[in-house]
Design a protein around this ligand. Structure first.
Ligand code: G6P
Length: 606
């Protein structure tokens, strides 16, 4: 959701900016633009649509030439996607790019209109640009400080002042921004992916710190102008991790990266055969004392929380409530000091999840962030953070991040169950061993792609699909259904199989294919009964089950068989056919798999 890049150095700035923006494309956007100092003046180019549209516009009109500038991919919030609403915004004196939402932009706009300012766009961003112009005194830091005082909301800003043609200024509140530190060149970016090609070193900009970036220096100061000495961070992702590496799409690459991602995530957290989360600050003593657990997240991360709930409650006998973050933050939940609130987030920047974190902290509960992006807001502000090591996830539809989130939830469940005395050390070790075996089993499951391709070919013309399952299979089918919706644009719904006859079965006809997940041995017979019910109403049924299960043609049209493991761990294996089915259906439909319409990878606004 909105990407920002900025560059000062010797390279052709427009090329660096467009290349950087391409690496942020995954965040989701509908228009883009750049501003570059050309012969001392700020030259702006912007376009609705994809970056190729901006590139072809610049090919026709000539791209701005220069060595200092800012760029942006916009995901529309205020005003439709259009050339005019695209960033950069401003005038000849001050030009900005912005990620976030300015809450009091109407008041600011009215005030500025009163001062004689005119506005071209419908964006909140233009009001900040004009406010900066209004305050401009010749001193950028003083000007930015005055803006900070007046503006409410979230922002990461890249700013150019005409009088400083060799400098990019930046400031942030809530929305993320990093400063890339190169040799004779420096950068700003929404995350590390645009800078990896040039440098791995960066600063994390904190709230209302103002950065002054020149080709050979970066200075960070407070709004009062006091210089701040920052710690240099080093990215541990390499540039290849953010490339397709021969795969047709990032999503396919990321599905295939799951065994390695899980291994990298769990290996350091297993010691002498037991889960070991102490390093992150989560001790056995703490686990023993938590009364209840809340898991709060959005989208796929929330689905990982649902699997976690089943496993924790089953093993540790501790009550777990899973909430969608946008609901949690407004429902006045009954959180107490003895509770643990777990925030799951790939990006670590999701606005609603972050708001939930702040609320949980205010109420005195311990907060645990399960986060993929190092140094992200949720990671930094949680009391305890456990990083998942999935590497960069570029495809908007999350796959490997889901698997690593599940892996951490399992380790947590095992350790919690042991800490609470609900399982023996032997059982804890046995479960941990099975989890450690998952990557190998997953390599086997990844081999069933042709079968999934075939199933996808049967789904491609469907208008609507039903995913059904019971228990953990139901929790997983929610994720399967979301994956399909996100990238193939086929409507689907996931339903608890036993609940079908209370309403939804009325929708079942021969035109509504069903995907049933039946990996839980204690629920198998029950789920099969539900499968028979939908089959009897004409549905074409595809069943994902373990290899030991025999299901006749009269019961299901097609089977996808996966290796059998401990029931509790089956979601980690069954996720793969779900992901493949969504992927191949989208490919067959000719959809933009990695950047589905209207979606953003990182949702930094409410
Ligand atoms: C967006 C993404 C999803 C993701 C969700 C939560 O909707 O498209 O893939 O699951 O946000 O994101 P987070 O970064 O907090 O895991």
């Amino acid at each position: 959701m909105c990407g920002i890049v900025g560059y000062v150095g010797k390279r052709e700035c427009a090329d660096v900016l467009v290349d950087g923006l391409k690496r942020l494309e995954y965040r989701g956007y509908d228009s883009s633009g750049i501003a570059v100092f050309q012969n001392g003046k700020i030259a702006v180019e912007k376009s609705k649509g994809k970056l190729v549209d901006l590139e072809s516009k610049m090919e026709k009109q000539g791209k701005p030439q220069g060595h200092c500038g800012i760029g942006h991919t916009r995901w529309a919030t205020h005003g439709e996607p259009s050339d005019i609403n695209s960033h950069p915004h401003g005038n000849k004196r001050v030009t900005i790019v912005h990620n976030g939402i300015i809450e009091n932009y109407r008041q600011i706009k009215e005030f500025l209109i009163g001062q004689g300012y005119g506005f071209e766009s419908e964006t909140d961003t233009e009001t900040v640009a004009k406010l900066l112009d209004y305050f401009y005194s010749g001193d950028p830091i003083e000007t930015i400080s005055k803006m900070i005082d007046k503006v409410n909301g979230s922002y990461a800003l890249g700013i150019l002042f005409r009088d400083f043609p060799d400098t990019v200024f930046a400031v942030r509140k809530e929305s993320p921004l990093i400063i890339g530190l190169g040799e004779g060149e420096n950068f700003i970016a929404s995350d590390v992916t645009p800078i990896l090609k040039y440098t791995k070193n960066y600063y994390l900009l904190e709230y209302n710190e103002i950065a002054v970036i020149k080709e050979d220096s970066v200075t960070i100061c407070t709004p009062e102008g006091k210089e701040i000495h920052k710690e240099v961070h080093t990215a541990d992702w390499d540039v290849d991790a953010a490339e397709k590496g021969g795969y047709e799409h990032f999503m396919l690459k990321e599905i295939n990266e799951q065994p390695v991602a899980i291994k990298t995530t769990i290996a350091p957290r297993i010691q002498e055969g037991m889960p070991y989360l102490e390093e992150s600050g989560l001790t056995m003593e703490m686990l023993k004392n938590y009364r209840r657990i809340f898991v709060v997240a959005c989208g796929t991360a929330m689905h990982a929380g649902l699997v976690g709930k089943y496993v924790i409650e089953k093993l540790a006998r501790v009550e777990v409530t899973v909430d969608i973050a946008s609901e949690f933050r407004y429902r006045d939940p009954l959180i107490e000091k003895e509770d643990l609130v777990i925030l799951i987030s790939q990006s670590g920047e999701t606005a609603d999840t972050y708001a939930a974190l702040k609320m949980a902290k205010e109420r005195g509960a311990d907060t645990l962030g399960i986060v993929n992006v190092k140094g992200s807001t949720i990671a930094r502000e949680s009391d305890i953070v456990i990083y998942t090591h999935a590497g960069p996830e570029i495809s908007v539809a999350s796959t490997k991040a889901y698997s690593v989130q599940l892996s951490i939830m399992y380790l947590l469940a095992f350790e919690l169950a042991y800490a609470k005395g609900a399982i023996s050390k032997e059982r804890c070790m046995e479960l941990t061993k099975q989890l450690a075996d998952i990557p190998e089993k997953l390599n086997e499951v990844l081999g069933i792609k042709e079968r999934c391709q075939f199933i996808a070919s049967r789904l491609v013309n469907a208008e609507s699909l039903l995913y059904i399952g019971r228990g953990l299979d139901y929790a997983l089918s929610m994720e399967g259904s979301l994956k399909l919706k996100e990238i193939s644009y086929i409507h689907s719904e996931s339903y608890a199989a036993g609940e079908l006859k209370h309403g939804t079965i009325s929708l079942v006809t021969e035109d509504m294919p069903v995907i049933a997940v039946a990996t839980q041995s204690n629920l198998l017979e029950k789920t099969i009964s539900n499968v028979k019910e939908v089959k009897a109403r004409g549905a074409k049924v595809n069943v994902i089950c373990t290899e030991d299960v025999e299901i006749g043609k009269d019961v299901a049209n097609h089977l996808i068989k996966i290796p059998k493991m401990e029931d509790l761990l089956m979601p980690l294996l069954a996720a793969v056919p779900m992901q493949y089915i969504a992927y191949y259906t989208a490919v067959l439909k000719g959809c933009d798999v990695d950047q589905p319409r209207n979606l953003a990878k990182s949702v930094t606004v409410e």
